[in-house]
Design a protein around this ligand. Structure first.
Ligand code: SF4
Ligand code: SF4
Length: 77
């Protein structure tokens, strides 16, 4: 089974919450700490990401969200 991870670049996030509302798996939440721009950045709160990409497509900030597919070591050979 494919596994996915979502990562947030805190200083690219403007705290709009779109990704948090859009994620059907409740993977994302708003953090409390302010980023370099003074916005509370989204954070990853669980490992239940299914790689659907909805958060990525709804985010207005290019580079704030990256989704990775985990590849097993033996699959890289
Ligand atoms: S890729 Fe899908 S499941 Fe993963 S965090 Fe984004 S919206 Fe949620
Ligand atoms: S949609 Fe993008 S800018 Fe908005 S809270 Fe999520 S990561 Fe931040």
């Amino acid at each position: 089974m494919k596994k996915y991870q979502v990562k947030i670049a805190p200083d690219e996030c403007k705290g709009c919450q779109r990704c948090v509302i859009a994620c059907t798996r409740n993977v994302l939440a708003m953090g409390k700490e302010l980023n370099i721009m003074g916005f509370p950045a989204a954070t990853v709160q669980s490992s239940d990401c299914i790689g659907c990409g909805i958060c990525f497509y709804t985010c207005p900030e290019p580079g704030a969200i990256t989704i990775y597919r985990e590849v097993a070591d033996d699959a890289q050979k």
